[in-house]
Design a protein around this ligand. Structure first.
Ligand SMILES: [Zn+2]
Length: 309
C-alpha cells in the first residue's frame, strides 16, 4: 500500500462537475429511505478502514489549565467499492432532498487548491446554514442522511444516520461522532484499562489523502470542498486529520508514565452503513515518560475480523 499525501489539486474537470451537479439536483426528488436489505445487487458498498495514528507528540495546553495533551494524526479511509456519502441541508432555494449527489462545493466553485482541514474563517465556505432553521434547534444540528451509489449511477437514500453540527471555528458542518480516540493501559501486551478517551470527534468528510491507488476510481479527489450539503470519502481515498487540528488529542491528566495503546475507532456508534467499528479501527503502542512520548516501532495494528484491539 502506498500512502501519498496531496496538498494541492488541479481540477480541469470542474466545468463538467458543475454540469453533472446541476443535472443531479434538478433530477432529485424526495423519496422514502431504503432499507439496507433492499439495496439493489449492483449497490457499491463502502468499507471504512483506519490507519494507525502517527505523528505522536505532547503539548501543554494553557487553555486546559496547563494539562498535558497527546497529539496525533489520524486517517480514516474507504476500502470499499463505493463512496461513503452523507447529505446535510440542501442548498438555499432547493426544495429537493439533494439525493442526486455531486458535492455542492464543486458546483458552487469552491476555493482552488484547498483540501486541508482546519481552514480559518477567512477562507471558509459560505455558511449555507446561516438564517436557516436547524432540523434539531435544541442542538443547532442538521440531520445527516447516508446515500449509497450503485454501478448504474443510481442513488439510494438510507435515511438518517446522525447529525451534522456547524463548527464555527472551521466554517463548515461536521458529522458528529465520526471517530473515537482511546488510550489503554497494557499488561502483557493486552489492553486492560481505558485511561483516556475523546469520543465526540466530529469530521467534515473529504478526500485529501490517496491511500490505495488501485482502489481509487479517480486520480483526483471527488469530495474536496468540505461541503455542507454532500460530504464523503471515495474508494481508495482517505480523510487525513493532522495532529495540529483542534480535538486531535487526548488529555493526559493523571496518566502515569508507562506503555499504552492509542486506538482510533471510526463510526464508534455503528451508525453508518459500510463502517463497522469492529474492523474500522487502528492502533499504535506508545511509551510515555515525563513530558516525552515515543511510538513503539512495529506495534501498529489495524482492525480485522480476527484482530483484537
Ligand atoms: Zn472541520
Amino acid at each position: 500500500m502506498t500512502v501519498r499525501r496531496r496538498r494541492a489539486f488541479r481540477r480541469p474537470f470542474r466545468g463538467a462537475l458543475a454540469a453533472v451537479a446541476a443535472c443531479a439536483l434538478a433530477a432529485a426528488t424526495a423519496q422514502e429511505p431504503v432499507a439496507v436489505a433492499d439495496l439493489p445487487p449492483n449497490a457499491l458498498i463502502p468499507d471504512l478502514r483506519v490507519l494507525p495514528p502517527s505523528d505522536l507528540h505532547l503539548v501543554g495546553d494553557d487553555a486546559a489549565g496547563g494539562a498535558l495533551r497527546l497529539k496525533f494524526a489520524t486517517v480514516i479511509w474507504n476500502a470499499g467499492e463505493g463512496p461513503i456519502e452523507v447529505h446535510g441541508p440542501a442548498p438555499e432555494g432547493d426544495a429537493g432532498d439533494g439525493g442526486g449527489g455531486a458535492p455542492q462545493g464543486a458546483a458552487a466553485g469552491a476555493a482552488e487548491g484547498d483540501a486541508e482541514h482546519g481552514h480559518g474563517p477567512d477562507d471558509a465556505l459560505p455558511d449555507r446554514t446561516a438564517g436557516r432553521t436547524a432540523d434539531r434547534p435544541e442542538t443547532d444540528s442538521f440531520v445527516a442522511r447516508q446515500v449509497v451509489h450503485d454501478a448504474d449511477g443510481g442513488r439510494h437514500d438510507l435515511g438518517e444516520v446522525g447529525v451534522l453540527n456547524y463548527e464555527h471555528r472551521h466554517g463548515h458542518l461536521h458529522l458528529a461522532s465520526f471517530a473515537r480516540y482511546e488510550l489503554w493501559s497494557l499488561e502483557a501486551d493486552e489492553p486492560v484499562a481505558l485511561v483516556a478517551e475523546n469520543d465526540k470527534i466530529g469530521f467534515c468528510l473529504m478526500d485529501n489523502l490517496m491511500v490505495d491507488e488501485e482502489l481509487a476510481a479517480r486520480d483526483d479527489p471527488w469530495y474536496f470542498a468540505c461541503d455542507q450539503s454532500v460530504q464523503g470519502i471515495s474508494p481508495g481515498w482517505g480523510d487525513l486529520y493532522v495532529a495540529e487540528l483542534l480535538e486531535q488529542d487526548l488529555v493526559l491528566t493523571g496518566v502515569p508514565d508507562g506503555r499504552y495503546r492509542l486506538v482510533n475507532v471510526a463510526d464508534p456508534d455503528d451508525a453508518l452503513f459500510g463502517a463497522d467499528p469492529a474492523v474500522a479501527w487502528a492502533s499504535v503502542d506508545l511509551v510515555l515518560e515525563g513530558t516525552t512520548v515515543r511510538a513503539v516501532e512495529g506495534s501498529e495494528r489495524v482492525g480485522s475480523d480476527a484482530a483484537r484491539r
